[in-house]
Design a protein around this ligand. Structure first.
Ligand code: SF4
Length: 337
């Protein structure tokens, strides 16, 4: 379990804000039962707290509050170009939660939201209705752990408990749950399904230590991957974002070899591989707030509004990395972006 969730309920959240119309939902009742000692403040609308001016994202990360809210439309979004679509043209995402319990230095959320507080939407049924209306009958792909880490948050709100029956009845909707969590409890509580893939984001331990604050170490994540596979879950490894910082590209070959010494590549659905990239606007916003970050001080190029490493550097590093990965997996199982 991540370090944040190891804390007692009292310390995990500074306070719990609840919209006045959010009280009468099972998720709200569940949270109130779980954290009886955390002060509760009733609010009119989550945006009154979440969208306030002059909030400092990184300062707030140390004293995160939870906000329970009722989401009104829209519930589903078409996925942006910077995301891997794994071959699906109907590629959507949905966000049951805004923000994440982790705090990766390269995370775009710090530029996207004015607040580091976590907003959890309690009207899961309305999300499900909208997913059904928009996607049922289509060959669709839906990322459900977007703008957050749903498995990392499972011990606070087990969203998947509310969703798994719906997706089991809609095998045409392919679901990806992306995570950096090592929460193995999830795999013992939840049933595996043909149309659900757990996508584990993995990186060399040095990168995790440097840039992925509060996330579990590599060894714990590998253990969770093995646990998911042994329980029959479909597993994707996301080697993304590859970070090229102070010669860190050299960390990747030993990391890949160690990974496939531990995890049988034949048991994987596929692998995603991609470099650090971010829209120009988000990058500028984060760079301004995060002057000390090495990530935002590196040399980048901007192509079609996306900030990333220079193309010739990407090509050189990717060629080397793919050579290694293809020793373990066939080309068609490796998706690059
Ligand atoms: S785990 Fe993902 S969503 Fe959470 S802070 Fe890290 S990059 Fe952002």
């Amino acid at each position: 379990m991540n370090t944040l969730l190891k804390k007692s309920g009292k310390n995990l959240f500074n306070s719990i804000y609840i919209e006045e119309n959010a009280y009468d939902y099972p998720i709200t009742r569940m949270v109130l039962e779980k954290f009886p000692d955390v002060p509760v403040i009733t609010i009119r609308n989550y945006k009154d707290i979440f969208n306030r001016g002059n909030q400092c994202f990184q300062l707030q990360k140390h004293r995160q509050s939870l906000i329970l809210a009722v989401k009104s439309k829209q519930f589903l979004y078409k996925s942006p170009e910077v995301c891997q679509d794994f071959g699906y043209s109907n590629f959507y995402y949905t966000s049951f939660i805004l923000n994440c319990i982790f705090n990766c230095e390269y995370c775009y959320l710090q530029g996207m939201y004015p607040s580091a507080n976590i907003v959890a939407f309690v009207n899961a049924d309305e999300f499900i209705d909208e997913i059904q209306n928009t996607l049922a009958g289509k060959k669709a792909y839906l990322a459900v752990s977007y703008d957050t880490d749903l498995i990392g948050f499972h011990n606070v709100i087990p969203y998947w408990n509310f969703l798994q029956d719906f997706f089991a009845q809609h095998p045409d909707i392919n679901v990806e749950i992306r995570t950096k969590s090592a929460n193995e409890v999830f795999y013992s509580e939840i049933q595996p399904a043909e149309n659900t893939v757990i996508a584990f984001s993995l990186a060399p331990q040095e990168i995790i230590k440097k840039f992925e604050r509060h996330t579990p170490p590599l060894a714990a994540r590998i253990k969770a991957v093995k646990s998911a596979i042994s329980r029959g879950f479909k597993v994707r490894l996301c080697l993304d974002p590859v970070i090229l910082n102070s010669g860190s590209e050299k960390l990747y070959e030993p990391f890949f070899r160690n990974l496939f010494a531990e995890i049988n590549p034949d048991k994987l659905k596929d692998v995603g591989y991609g470099f650090f990239r971010m829209s120009k606007d988000l990058f500028k916003r984060i760079e301004k707030q995060n002057r000390k970050s090495q990530i935002f001080a590196d040399d980048y190029t901007i192509k079609e509004g996306i900030v990333s490493y220079p193309p010739d550097l990407i090509k050189m590093v990717m060629d080397n990395h793919l050579k290694v990965l293809q020793e373990y997996l066939p080309k068609e199982k490796i998706f690059t972006l």
